[in-house]
Design a protein around this ligand. Sequence first.
Ligand code: AMP
Length: 118
Amino acid sequence: MTDTIFGKITRGEIPSEFLYEDEQCVVIRDIQPQAPTHVLIIPRKPIPRLVDAEADDAALLGHLMLVAGRVARDLGVGEGFRLVVNNGEGGGQTVFHLHLHILAGRTMEEGELARGVN
Ligand code: AMP
C-alpha cells in the first residue's frame, strides 16, 4: 500500500500539532482551510478510501464519528458544522488515507454539498 502524508503525520514522522489524539486517530488543522474552522480526523490505520473499509473497521468508523462530535464541541462549533468524507478522485479525494473533514464557522449553504470542499 502506498504511504501518504497522513501516514507520516499519524506516525509522528512529520511534526504536526494534534488538537486531539488517541490510540485510534489524530485530529489536525487543515493546511488549506475552506472554512474558519476546518480540521481533519485521521485514523492511524491507513484505509485508503471509505469504500475500502471492511466490516472489521465498523468500530473504528464509529469512533471517528464520535471524535468528530467531541472535537466540534470542544472547538466551540458543536451547534453547526459539516462533516465531509471525499471518496476517490471522482469525489474530490486528494490524500488516499481515509479522513473526515469538520467544516464550520461560516454558513453552509444548501446545495453546497455537491461542490465539496476543494
Ligand atoms: P481530501 O481532498 O478529502 O483528500 O482532503 C485532503 C485535505 O488534506 C485537503 O483539504 C488538504 O488541504 C489537506 N492537507 C494536505 N496536506 C496536509 C498537511 N500536511 N497538513 C494538513 N492538511 C493537509
